[in-house]
Design a protein around this ligand. Structure first.
Ligand SMILES: Cc1ncc(COP(=O)(O)O)c(C=O)c1O
Length: 302
């Protein structure tokens, strides 16, 4: 489908195959792009974009952190996302807004270099494919970046070299995904996911001080859990708590709610998806398709 589709590129919808850059492009060479990931769901009243405004807000915040002039307002960008999804007649899938230095001059400096913005919208299924029912994780030897090195709250291309190192290491060792610790040694997050732990009927998740990306799904899960009467705690989590947790799961736009069934070759609970994860996963899913009342504000229908 995407081969036939369109990409929004600097204000124009161009054919998928024509959305090209030069090999010397600054952001390709130095990882200086910034991006977002948004899901479109086939909802009750048509295709709905999940928390579009919040994603665009984070995109603009990332550009601010890196002092990148996007040249578009948040509203213009949100409208462009809607146009792109419409043009591609996407019923559900993944949308990737991307801003980058579209300039072939060699050198790190970005001042005076052209910023381009592109938005792609493609079909996309479960991030962990056949493993969506539960994955095995390994605590990474790679620490999560922190604000003294690179801003973890920015969703920026270069940051993801850190994530890729961790994820590949985990896969090479036979696990499905990594769990990264902060420089302080506490649990931070997955390479592209936030993490939640269920312990004694409380839902616990690392705070911003653990050097996490402030996930929009994370925020959604916190609010959904509270609406279900579950006590939510944002606090530092020790590595060993992962081994004795009742339940663990990842949250993220790509990962949605993915149960973690084992960490470092220790089985969690019964080795099956636990009741709290199941409840939150089901509720999240109903909300994304407009089938649960009270969260309609999170959906932008096309
Ligand atoms: C490092 C990292 N943490 C967490 C998340 C989850 O964030 P969100 O729920 O906004 O997709 C992502 C994915 O965007 C990520 O890349």
């Amino acid at each position: 489908m995407e081969e036939k589709g369109y990409v929004w590129f600097d204000g124009k919808l161009v054919r998928f195959a024509d959305a090209k850059v030069h090999i010397l492009t600054h952001s390709l060479q130095y990882g200086s792009g910034i991006f977002e990931g948004i899901r479109a769901y086939k909802a009750k009243s048509g295709t709905a974009l999940f928390r579009l405004e919040d994603h665009m807000e984070r995109f603009v915040c990332t550009s601010k952190i890196y002092r990148m002039e996007l040249g578009y307002t948040k509203k213009q960008l949100a409208d462009a996302v809607v146009d792109t999804v419409r043009k591609n007649r996407l019923e559900s899938g993944y949308i990737r807004p991307f801003a980058f230095y579209n300039d072939t001059r060699i050198g790190l400096g970005v001042s005076g270099k052209k910023v381009s913005v592109a938005i792609a919208a493609v079909p996309f299924g479960s991030y962990f494919g056949g493993k969506a029912k539960g994955i095995q994780c390994k605590v990474s030897s790679w620490k999560r970046i922190n604000s003294e090195i690179m801003p973890p709250q920015a969703k920026a291309s270069g940051n993801y070299r850190n994530s890729i190192l961790a994820s590949e290491e985990a896969k090479d060792s036979g696990a499905d995904e990594a769990i990264m610790l902060s420089a302080g040694g506490f649990v931070a997050e997955g390479p592209g996911e936030n993490i939640f732990m269920v312990k004694d009927n409380r839902l616990v998740t690392p705070p911003p001080s653990a050097d996490i990306l402030l996930g929009i799904t994370r925020d959604s899960i916190i609010k959904i859990a509270e609406s279900c009467g579950i006590i939510v705690q944002e606090r530092e989590i020790h590595r060993e708590e992962l081994y004795t947790a009742d339940e663990l799961f990842f949250s993220g736009t790509a990962a949605e709610v993915t149960p973690i069934l084992g960490v470092d070759w220790r089985q969690l609970g019964s080795g099956k998806t636990g009741p709290v994860t199941k409840l939150l996963s089901e509720r999240f899913s109903l909300i994304t398709t407009g089938d649960w009342e009270g969260f309609e504000d999170w959906l932008t229908y096309l």
